[in-house]
Design a binder for this molecule. Sequence first.
Ligand code: PLP
Length: 481
Amino acid sequence: MSNADEILAELRALTRDDAATHGGRVLSYVYDSGTEGLGQLAHDAAGILQWVNALDPTTFPSVAHLERELIAFARPLFGAGDGEQSDIVGSVTSGGTESCLLAVRTARDTWRARGGDGRARLLAPVTVHAAFHKAAHLFDLALDLVPVDAETGAVDPEAIIRRLGPDVALVVLSAPSYPFAGLDPIGAVAPRAADAGVAVHVDACIGGFALPWWPGVPAWDFRVPGVTSLSADLHKYGFAPKGASILLHRGRERHAAQYFATTRWPGYPVVNATLLGSKPAGPLAAAWAITRMLGVDGYRSLVERTRAATDALIATAHDIDGMRVVGSPVGPLFAVAADESVAPDRRVDPHHLADAVRGRGFVLQQQPGLAQPDGTRLPRTTHLTITPVTADRLDELTAALHAAADEVRGVPPVDAAPLAAGLASAASPAEALAALGVTAGGLTAAQAPLTALIETLPHETAEGMLVTLLASMVDPEATRA
Ligand SMILES: *Cc1c(COP(=O)(O)O)cnc(C)c1O
């Protein structure tokens, strides 16, 4: 048996190759508020409830208490009113994906209870988060994706309204969407969906704890009639550690429909508000403590910092020759694409840009181009998520973007055809992936070739390849090789 110090030293050593979770150098995945004492508070709060099982709030009443207070904190931010007159209630979940899954399952079951028959349809713009692809897959809904403008990523509200029908169990709109940060036309669509008797979920997983303090945003939440549910992630701009999101419903009946309960087995009566059975209470405690410490004023000032940095970076992106900002981003995120209106020798490929920026110490996220159902193509882009600590590194990041753009300007996008041929002729998937700089130890080389390959391969092939890669990373046999 090793002693605790040795074990912890080993653990720390293992994180040496991880991306930095703090400090503003990683512009996706992690959300650092930069607030003194917040990390320690979250750590200590989670520690206090470490061994509690949030499965059963009757045995551990602290769990219900914390959840109730988090819901009470969150709902006035989303136009839900407060106190007795509010009929907006909900749950704390383990994250955005779980909130989205539960929103879809609740809507499907409500649709069925009201006489919906056959396979339900889930209607959403192409830019809807992949969590809804997962939900449609798991809960057997037909995913009906409405193409967006190929240049701006914006969706025409009429295109959604036209496709409403009695088989639609749920319309999902984003505030804003992840890929291009577009704010979907919630005000135009939700009332019309309500007229047609169709539920509307607002996916504010990423924007939820930023948009309430963002200036000039049209009503996007429960203020809009017809919005029936809303998700907002505490573990994004709520600045809580991973494992916390909020799902709110209009009406206690819908919230009840989110639950699963059974007394039809010989064990304890099961009542689950969320997908898990036994579940951790630590993330709930940490999120509760953080909202307590920050309060509404804390969030407002963090959003102000974030907004200043976002505005500055968007201005930089506009300034860089050969690059463009996609559409009209709303909130602390945006995507850049090559400016196709200039000659090829002046264009900045967004994936080469991301690789060149990475060489300068910042991690941006590459997004492959995508063919829409109507045949139009969405551009390949690079995504930036801005946090309060980005403000501290603004000069450095601005310089890195300029220098990287100068380095890659005019370099054509990676041609994936030879890579795809190499993949097909490789002796093993591992060998093929190694040739792309992908190993069990992570991504070691430029990622533009891998992104180009993902963009080029048929979806099924690309998905299979990525599954092979990720599964090999946790395969005790494969990592020995
Ligand atoms: C992050 C995100 C999700 C999924 O949330 P996870 O916490 O990653 O599971 C859903 N929708 C949007 C818009 C998001 O940004």
